[in-house]
Design a protein around this ligand. Sequence first.
Ligand code: GRF
Length: 187
Amino acid sequence: MTKIAVFASGNGSNLQALMDAISQGRLHATIELVVSDKKGAYALTRAQEAGISTLVINPKEYARKAEYEEVIAGRLGELAVEYLVLAGYMRIIGPTLLERYPKRIMNIHPSLLPLFPGKDGVGQALAAGVSETGVTIHYVDAGVDTGPIIAQETVAIDPGEDRSSLEKKIHAIEHRLYAEVLERVLT
Ligand code: GRF
């Protein structure tokens, strides 16, 4: 069984979807650790309720990214984690983790990359007035949402559609697609 760590800064609905996929036998992996840079993240509550270990890092307590990534890497090493799965983690991964997990860090982003990278991919698509957007799952490299794309799925934006409706459609895709893709690429 492949050992993964999930990184999340917020609500953690994608974390929940991965936990559900594992318990339903759709994803053959174990979540060894949930890492968050926000101590109040609901993702942490979800992890604790499921009995999954958590690690909270406050980047402000460290002078450099390399220092807190060393702390994370230490814990990942102790747990023999093989892949890092970013699910709403709002920080850029630095060289410390990238070098330790080459082609073993994935991210999910709510747009059809390379369109609308960075923060608020949904809002960017709405502001641009495009008629479709989507979800991208990609390997993480040193850039912001720039790594090699593993999978994409498109969603139509209806005329006059508001943010909450579009977010709902995007989340529905994310919650299914991440587990499907991980089941395919984790070795
Ligand atoms: C998702 O839309 C994901 O694509 C983006 O951040 C959001 C996280 O949502 N990277 P949640 O915390 O999993 O509910």
